[in-house]
Design a protein around this ligand. Structure first.
Ligand code: ADP
Ligand code: MG
Length: 238
């Protein structure tokens, strides 16, 4: 696990500024949830942390090390997306272990790690199946497995459950909370879902037009939203 520090983070696409001066310190092992309206920059900020977008200004440290010149695959960060495109022609085992094939890890070691991750995610019996033979929830477990097998210090989730139906969302939410507890890994999680934010977060970051509107624990934001905008996301009656 590792701390994550953003200092004056900025992102422009052409001459449009989408992240404008974000300062945020995330502790080792913390679970931080980003909320905010569509287009406010949540995905962009995650992608900047992951190394999938460069910074137009400001800096990023992970585990106390500057990351600007560190490529995505060397950051100790793994991301789970909303549209978890699995490789349709590969088995579950290979979908999970694929990222390890490219860095020269011996086959037996890949198989061992894949099995360990699959057991942790309770898909150990599905390793020989193809994605089309899985339910939505099982597929999402494979997607999480693909990230987990890389033993990241920091886990990024971009609305990972928004394609699932309500029952599955509840099940997978509990699963992610359990993983966080068992692994103690730092997690940054984007969601539209208030219940997810309130139940998963150590702290919630409310974003608006590329800036932080308020940061606090769910209880703090619920009891003391800074304004109507924050209240509308945290659901405190005002
Ligand atoms: P969110 O995830 O909060 O919905 P995004 O981070 O996806 O928001 O987008 C923030 C803003 O940046 C939006 O206005 C979006 O249109 C813009 N944006 C995102 N990616 C790009 C890109 N590659 N090129 C141009 N504009 C982009
Ligand atoms: Mg997004």
């Amino acid at each position: 696990m590792a701390s994550v520090t953003l200092t004056g983070a900025q992102k422009r696409f052409g001459n449009v500024t989408v992240i404008s001066g974000v300062d945020l310190q995330i502790a080792d092992g913390e679970f931080v949830v980003f909320v905010g309206p569509s287009g406010c920059g949540k995905s962009t900020l995650l992608r900047m942390i992951a190394g999938l977008e460069d910074f137009s200004g400001g800096s990023l440290q992970i585990g106390g090390k500057h990351m600007e010149d560190v490529m995505a695959s060397k950051r100790g960060v793994a991301m789970v997306f909303q549209s978890y495109a699995l490789y349709p022609h590969m088995t579950v085992a290979r979908n999970i272990g694929f990222a390890l094939e490219t860095n020269g890890m011996p086959r037996a070691e890949i198989a061992r790690k894949t099995r360990e991750v699959a057991e942790l995610l309770k898909i150990g019996k599905l390793l020989d199946r193809k994605p089309r033979e899985l339910s939505g929830g099982q597929r999402q477990r494979v997607a999480i497995g693909r990230a987990l097998v890389r033993s990241p210090d920091v886990f990024l989730f971009d609305e990972p459950l928004s394609n699932l139906d309500a029952d599955l969302r509840t099940e997978m939410r509990a699963e992610i909370a359990r993983l966080h507890k068992e692994l103690g890994v730092t997690m940054i999680y984007v969601t539209h879902d208030q219940v997810e934010a309130m139940t998963l977060a150590d702290r919630i970051v409310v974003l608006r037009e590329g800036r932080i509107e308020q940061v606090g624990t769910p209880a703090e934001l619920y009891a003391h939203p800074a304004n109507e905008f924050v209240a509308s996301f945290i659901g405190s009656p005002r």
